[in-house]
Design a protein around this ligand. Sequence first.
Ligand code: PSU
Ligand code: MN
Length: 307
Amino acid sequence: MNRYLDVNPEVEQAVREGRPVVALESTIISHGMPYPQNVETALNVERIIRENGAVPATIAILGGRLKAGLTPEEIEYLGKTGQAVTKASRRDLPVLVAQGKDGATTVTTTMMIAHMAGIKIFATGGIGGVHRGAETTMDISADLEELANTPVLVVCAGAKSILDLGLTLEYLETHGVPVIGYGTSELPAFYTRKSGFSVDYRLDTPAEIAAAFKAQREMGLKGGMLVTNPIPEEYSMDPDVINRAIDEAIEDSVREGIHGKATTPYLLAKVKDITGGDSLDSNIRLVYNNARLAAQVASEYCGKWSK
Ligand code: PSU
Ligand code: MN
């Protein structure tokens, strides 16, 4: 275990005893949702994970320490501080740690710290991917590279069409990352259950997902696995409404010259403004849905498949 890492005692004990643990990211708290809904959501997610038999481990960087497992006070702090916390991807870790700073972890850094702490399963809302226009901007999220390299299973609701979903799937294929649809053969597009793109495999139970991940690990294959879980029907949005909002948000971002790490948070906030908060409710519901599935997969992985 490296000397920059703090695993909270409950998480550490669960990992050591081979019990189910689910990692959670903190960029979704500080950059993905407004206060106070962000804190309320993060605490509810932890509760849902417990109700489904696993231990939650929300991950962040606090005072330069890599934290696996936060207290409710630490979650409140990240939610209240919001965008003022550095959005921390892989390239940010060395300086943040050396300078004793705080960082909200993206999918990338959450996977990294989960892996350091021995946690194998991670639940979030949406992942980063290949942005529209990446042919010229080269804006490809570090999340995809992390999925290619780090052995953590990520449960998400697919990717938002702020991204180029076709190119995102191509990238994952090239890097050997299995893209699983939970109960669907179509890639969900976060706010909607459909995207027009196919996943690699449809698996219908947490046990089947756990078995595939177990096989990947036991063969010693590099990299993670992406499980895409469609938003429940009752919370999904009208595709025309959401796609119009996304197109408008992208036009605004181009006009305002937004680039680099600011792009994703900018687009997420714009889409929320344009849809008047409906998208926030959907976003919260799909995160709960993913937390539940991740806890079930973690339980299957530990219960039936671990030594
Ligand atoms: N997509 C979402 N919600 C999010 C993010 C992406 O629908 O909160 C966050 C995640 O933390 C993800 C990060 O890892 O944005 C990707 O940022 P970038 O595109 O700059 O790599
Ligand atoms: Mn980017």
